[in-house]
Design a protein around this ligand. Structure first.
Ligand code: AMP
Ligand code: MG
Length: 334
């Protein structure tokens, strides 16, 4: 299959994308978080093609994207006042709400057979225009091969899925660079299953107490089934390290026999065999997946990545880094 990358400056691109989707095919498109790989969420065969193209385990459910807030009522039951408050405050935006699925509306493989469904309304002009043109719910996980870092550019999607999908809508770089916050509003108090751009503090201002699912809940009892899988991982092993000149220098000395790639913010002045910048501290989320993907273009044999604060969106950044590193920290002798 040939994979086309289409610019989104004409209505034709959206019509072509909508036609492909209605025909049961897959289209990658930008959202404000990362690029998504879309299929019509009521078409089980099309949804199955997402799992196939990504190499995604079939027990890891997909997020359903909708173009209006009202569409929620078509696919969910028992939509609580609290859920409605979340929608009013954060939609369109990077917040996925896990709610009771309305039986016999969506394809069962979208939810991996669960009785709940994750739904969100994205805040990106291309995603919204596509959803309006196709006029159907679109199941869309991140448009990467399963286990790899999520794509923040059309070229990342192409690198991972060339030959596997017919079309990528190119909307440039994505704004947030991390996936949506996943909030389970079927539990009381609601539980953040995956941290993201909408932080715990932001949620608590609107709905009061919110709990966080611990990374260590996986793999025994993963509530967001995605929690138990390797994620965001470049080819070489990743280790977290404190952002301390002394520690990083010591690690580089100890690892002199390796090709070390050091991923760190611009403020870190330590030289390394391969140095990949995360930019200014405010831009780490935007640059993170680009940096992890950059490693695969080098001959790095080991990757050191500096830990960041766990304040605000730092929680989401550290969540992704912990997963990319499989929980490993580089231990220096100093
Ligand atoms: P991705 O599609 O790669 O952005 O991943 C979607 C995330 O949302 C995964 O971690 C899923 O496990 C989680 N998710 C989607 N639907 C549900 C659901 N019904 N219940 C719990 N978690 C969900
Ligand atoms: Mg993903």
């Amino acid at each position: 299959m040939e994979t086309h990358i289409a610019a989104v400056n004409s209505i034709k691109a959206y019509e072509q994308a909508a036609t492909l989707l209605q025909d049961g095919q897959l289209v990658a498109f930008p959202t404000e978080t990362v690029y998504g790989l879309g299929a019509i969420a009521t078409n089980a065969k099309a949804v199955a093609a997402i799992f196939e193209a990504k190499g995604r385990p079939s027990d890891n459910p997909l997020i359903v994207h909708i173009g209006t807030k009202q569409a929620v009522e078509q696919y969910c039951t028992n939509v609580s006042t609290l859920a409605k408050q979340c929608m009013a405050s954060f939609w369109p935006g990077p917040l996925t709400l896990v709610m009771q699925a309305k039986p016999n509306t969506l394809a069962t493989n979208v939810t991996a057979g669960l009785s709940t469904v994750g739904v969100r309304m994205p805040d990106h002009p291309v995603a919204l225009q596509l959803l309006q043109t196709v006029n159907a719910p679109v199941a869309a996980p991140s448009a990467n091969r399963s286990g790899k870092p999520s794509p923040t550019r059309a070229s990342h999607v192409y690198d991972d899925l060339v030959g596997r999908i017919p079309l990528i809508l190119d909307g440039g770089r994505t704004g947030i660079g991390l996936e949506s916050t996943v909030l389970d509003v079927t539990q009381h108090p609601p539980v953040i299953l995956r941290p993201g751009g909408v932080t715990k503090e932001m949620l608590e201002q609107v709905i009061g107490e919110v709990k966080e699912a611990k990374l260590t809940d996986a793999p025994e009892a993963p509530r967001a089934p995605g929690m138990k899988y390797t994620h965001y991982a470049p080819n070489a092993p990743v280790y977290l390290i404190e952002e301390s000149t002394e520690k990083i220098t010591a690690a580089l000395t100890e690892l002199a026999h390796e090709r070390v790639a050091l991923i760190a913010p611009a403020s870190c002045t330590v030289q390394a065999p391969i140095r990949i910048s995360l930019g200014e501290s405010a831009d780490i989320a935007v640059n993170l997946y680009d940096a992890l993907r950059e490693c695969d273009k080098t001959d790095a044999t080991i990757i050191l990545v500096t830990a960041t604060t766990t304040e605000g969106v730092g929680t989401a950044i550290m969540n992704r880094l912990e997963k990319a590193a499989g929980g490993r920290w580089y231990k220096t002798t100093v």
